[in-house]
Design a protein around this ligand. Sequence first.
Ligand code: SF4
Length: 419
Amino acid sequence: MGCSKNLVDSEKLMGQLRINNIEVTHQSDQPTDYVVINTCGFIKDAKEESIDTVLNFIEAKKSGLIEKIYVMGCLSERYLFDLKKEFPEVDGIYGVNNMEEIIHDIGANYKNELIGERVITTPQHFAYLKISEGCDRSCSFCAIPLIRGKHKSLPIEQLLDEARQLVDKGVKEIILIAQDLTYYGVDIYGSKQLPQLVEKLSQIKGIEWIRLHYAYPTQFPSEVLHLMNSLPNICHYIDIPLQHISDRILKSMRRGHTAETTKSLIQEFRNSVPDINIRTTLIVGYPGETESEFEELLQFVNESRFDRLGAFTYSHEENTHAFALKDDVDEDIKADRLNRLMELQEQISFEKNQEKVGLSLKVIIDRKEGQFYIGRTQFDSPEVDNEVIIKSTKKLKIGDFYQVKITYAEAFDLNAELV
Ligand code: SF4
């Protein structure tokens, strides 16, 4: 359940179990003996989805379809005792830092020397590399620091080893993830080391694309932009959640950036890397958000013309700073604002995609669907961004790169033919 950071935890658990000669599957509906549910506890919808999943497997256990259920991850980290009380049928409930315990309880041995060992569950040609855990920031709406704790960077050498292992398994695209990517290294090296890490990763033979997700908009390490221009395998792509643009709301959110600093950072991205594609995430319906503050957000999106944009309605999360505020924006108004924002973004995405018609672009092939191949450009991250639908009489290899010409564009997809 949940985000790519949770997925990496699952992959590492699977790696340890497989090393113990335990057969493991991922998201499979094949018959099985044990089920491990790696939950998400970030916001209301995600929590409900995790709880429903646990309930479904409890029913499966009651009907003798499975023997044991183990629950781990963010929801159980956040509500450990409640879940233990609610779900006595579950054989083991663990937080986010109990990998050794769950492996032991499943009847396997944790092998410390295999710390980076993973079972890749994504298509073999791309994988996520989690460079740190936790977060030192205190954004008012966010429960992640409560769940994942303080920021802990993984040592560069360990990450380079993990990346080499991924390349040995056929990975060509490495997607760097964290709660706060740009803070990498401050805790263990005393300064931001993301540029140094990216530069070292780019020297690993076989890595064709390095993609950056979850950057934070204050003290952004601009050297990263220079690396995008100087090194051939850093995608001209940046994912940077901005959450809002109204100064009053940004202050209440404890974000540490203002409308002015935000806009100048976006300008710096575009001045430094002219073809950079920017993905962002926004929240609508934050406590006290007025219609005019929402209009300000719409105008910001209209002016900034993000290439990719995701948005959420505000979720009132206990023990966060914002929980002390009144969740006074009606759910219908939240939903309406989300729709208006995504409608605007759909129009922007459509217009921006028209600019790509006629261009020749390098794509990686993710899969085949019927007579079409589905791929992505360097401007598209898996699962969240645009896809390129390629018509080809020639047989293409999944995971390989090809040059294509964009022939037609829709709001969220491009059509192309092989060059
Ligand atoms: S940067 Fe803010 S929103 Fe992101 S994980 Fe940290 S506290 Fe949460």
